[in-house]
Design a protein around this ligand. Structure first.
Ligand SMILES: [Fe+2]
Ligand SMILES: [Fe+2]
Length: 318
């Protein structure tokens, strides 16, 4: 490859998973050269252990790398949960999910079910840690962090309700992928530190349908996720979008509540500060009273926040 701009810089946190990928680096003359062939571990003794801070891959290896990182991370997750602190764990998850969501149409989504599967086993092993994932906030709040938080809260809800494993997997996936359509909304609209113009808001409101189309185009079994992506902004009184429908799937209704809760408790955009959990629940409860959200799902979600694992021992919130 002669054009050096085509080489893809890789995230250092993922390199340890790239055993099956060729890694390149830039030599002092600025030429990109092979560092490690496919099939060799970074710790291999035959490798020249020079200090390299930036590695590159060939563009055609992008999907292969993403799969390797997702797989490696997933298979180590239970160990990682025990050995790492929650901030480090969340940082690694952000990096993996960021890559997964950034190229949804090129095969990246296919390993997402495995990722959810391993998060669910991680949850069974260490419920407190997965539960706490959603509570760690980062300054660069993004769609990825929001999606991860919604996923952690949703899996907590499923565990609290003792939902069957398959349904929990589907709901977790639906939560992780609910805002997938935002990958096709211009960045300046997503990160605007101001209220959106009418035109921009119309564009933003397209993300449920865009997500639906992306998910439909993949060959994976994502039936519940497809509904969740399409319906998470619909409201029971018909005031939502994109269709204004009132007949909303259970997953769509639940994600609507959790999405809203996560956004108002973690959203640190400068013009609006984050709310405390109880304050946020009270605000959403007003919308329940107005007929926008399902009361049973809202109350169960609220209880799942206090104790994800012991249904029955409910404190009285309301
Ligand atoms: Fe959304
Ligand atoms: Fe969302």
């Amino acid at each position: 490859m002669s054009d050096s701009s085509k080489w893809i810089k890789v995230r250092n946190s993922n390199i340890k998973y790239y055993e099956t990928v060729e890694l390149y680096y830039k030599n002092p003359a600025g030429k990109v050269v092979l560092y490690k062939p496919d099939g060799m571990e970074l710790g291999d003794e035959s490798l020249d252990k020079k200090y390299i801070d930036t590695f590159y891959i060939k563009p055609e290896d992008k999907t292969k790398c993403l799969r390797a990182a997702q797989k490696g991370f997933s298979s180590n997750l239970v160990n990682n949960i025990i050995s790492k602190d929650t901030v480090t764990l969340k940082n690694e998850l952000i990096s993996i999910v960021d890559e997964t969501l950034s190229q949804p149409r090129s095969g990246g989504l296919e390993t997402a079910p495995d990722l959810i599967e391993s998060i669910i086993s991680g949850y069974s092993a260490q419920p407190d840690i997965i539960k706490n994932l959603a509570r760690i906030s980062f300054a660069d709040y993004s769609t990825t962090i929001h999606s991860l938080n919604v996923m952690a809260l949703t899996i907590g809800y499923c565990f609290y309700n003792r939902m069957p494993a398959e349904e929990t997997r589907q709901y977790g996936l639906a939560a992780l992928l609910h805002d997938l359509g935002k990958t096709e909304i211009p960045g300046e609209i997503l990160t605007a530190n101001r209220g959106l113009s009418d035109l921009e808001f119309i564009q933003m409101k397209k993300h449920p349908s865009l997500g639906f189309n992306i998910l439909k185009a993949t060959g994976i079994d994502l039936e519940i996720a497809v509904q969740g992506a399409k319906e998470h902004h619909e409201k029971l009184d018909g005031s939502g979008y994109p269709e204004g429908k009132t007949d909303i799937s259970e997953c769509g209704m639940l994600l609507g509540i959790i999405d809203c809760y996560e956004a108002i408790t973690n959203d640190d955009r400068p013009y609006r500060s984050a709310m405390q959990p109880m304050e946020a629940l009270k605000l959403i409860k007003e919308d329940v009273t107005r007929g926008k959200y399902n009361k049973r799902l809202f109350e169960t979600f609220a209880y799942s926040l206090t104790d994800f694992n012991r249904k029955g021992k409910q404190k009285n919130f309301f």
